[in-house]
Design a protein around this ligand. Structure first.
Ligand code: ADP
Ligand code: MG
Length: 374
């Protein structure tokens, strides 16, 4: 317990699609640590190249060309004995795949902070004991001493709370809060209702969909464009794996741009034919409205089961890159009558909360009085 009173502890958001690391600066403010490539998020993707293991952006690019030696989405399988996809003929436990991601994060943090060995890692609120233990094991395999595991929505609530001032820097709520944490990431949707009273954080209810995320919005847009292309040229580009992969990537870029702009142009090239398609934000929202509805149904059902009405919520916190889509805030505001809090970047909130929590554990280890119960 006393061993980490004076060393840097990092907070790690080990995501399904992207991972993020943060620490507290000299003023005790959470700061995201850029990875070796200079990015704030690192794709949770591992390339088992014969020349060595590669993690992150480069591994993600390789996935389109050499899928048989690339592992992604391992978080979904944490707690299972083996990763569902053999890698180059080998069956690996999912925690081994995740340990490579954690090792890169640790090494990248060490470039900035000096040798880092201690971390707090976040997990979804619905993770059971075997999945939490697998996460601890992944940390250990990566050379990390995992001083605690905390729930992602709790971490997000801490980050927003301290930033917005509804929690003191000691983690105490000024008044009782009923907070909805709506987390729409790349491949999963998690929603959690939290009651925060004084120093006590309770996840009252949690629900979600492990097969719903930003990738489904990309796919819906790509399908639409492939349909237009087929109508124009009389053949289906989806039969060409490389063209499909390119289109999915371009659809993701177009989707991100549509969070800022009202209209984008998507170029398509396949079988010697080229075209450019205009997509408006309205059209994109129409194509994906059923996906958004699924998150609304899941949230409403969770609230109903907890005996809470949308109108009882005191705050809505947005987490996960996909909550940048304007259709998400509009829907949540329509349902609840309150403006969702977007004051922290939705990619960074969970890692920041983990770093703040690590700092709280550290002052506890240094002999200060306990602050939070989570
Ligand atoms: P996870 O926590 O599941 O690992 P993230 O929270 O990093 O994932 O979310 C990644 C998803 O966020 C991707 O699907 C990405 O396309 C999406 N995303 C990122 N930025 C934007 C944006 N500006 N508009 C819409 N979607 C975005
Ligand atoms: Mg996430």
């Amino acid at each position: 317990m006393w061993g980490y009173a004076n060393v840097a502890i990092i907070g790690i958001d080990l995501g399904t699609v992207n991972s993020v690391i943060a620490h507290l600066d000299e003023d005790q403010k959470p700061v995201t640590i850029h990875n070796a490539e200079g990015d704030i998020t690192t794709p949770s993707v591992v390339l088992f190249d014969p020349a060595g293991i590669v993690v992150g952006k480069e591994a993600l690019k390789a996935a389109a060309i050499e899928p048989e030696i690339v592992a992604a989405f391992a978080k979904r399988e944490m707690g299972e004995p083996e990763f569902s996809k053999p890698i180059a003929g080998h069956r690996l436990p999912p925690e081994v795949v995740q340990s490579f991601v954690l090792r890169k994060l640790r090494e990248d943090a060490s470039l900035v902070l000096g040798e880092v060995t201690q971390a707090v890692i976040t997990v979804p609120a619905f993770f059971n004991e075997p999945r939490r233990k697998a996460t601890q094991d992944a940390g250990r395999l990566a050379g990390l001493d995992v001083i605690d595991i905390i729930n992602e929505p709790t971490a997000a609530a801490i980050a927003f709370g301290v930033h917005r001032g509804f929690l003191s820097s000691r983690g105490t709520a000024m008044q009782a809060e009923l907070v909805l944490v709506y987390d729409l990431g790349g491949g999963t949707f998690d929603v959690t209702l939290m009651r925060i009273d004084g120093q006590h954080f309770e996840a009252v209810a949690t629900a979600g969909d492990v097969y719903l995320g930003g990738i489904d919005w990309d796919t819906a847009l790509a399908e639409h464009i492939a349909g237009e292309f087929q109508q124009q040229f009389g053949f289906d580009l989806r039969e060409d794996a490389a063209a499909t992969q390119r289109l999915l990537q371009d659809a993701e870029d177009a989707k991100r741009a549509l969070s800022q702009r009202m209209e984008v142009t998507l170029p398509v090239e396949c079988g010697g034919q080229r075209a450019r398609y205009k997509v408006s934000r309205g059209k994109f929202e129409e194509l994906t409205t059923a996906l958004l509805d699924r998150t609304r149904f899941t949230t409403t059902k969770m609230l109903q089961e907890a005996g809470v009405a949308w109108g009882d919520l005191t705050r809505i916190l947005l987490v996960g890159g996909s909550t940048r889509m304007p259709m998400v805030h509009a829907m949540l505001e329509r349902e609840s009558g309150i403006k969702p809090d977007r004051s922290i970047s939705p990619d960074e909130a969970v890692a920041h909360g983990a770093a703040i929590y690590a700092g709280m554990l550290q002052s506890l280890a240094a002999g200060e009085r306990p602050k939070l119960s989570v």
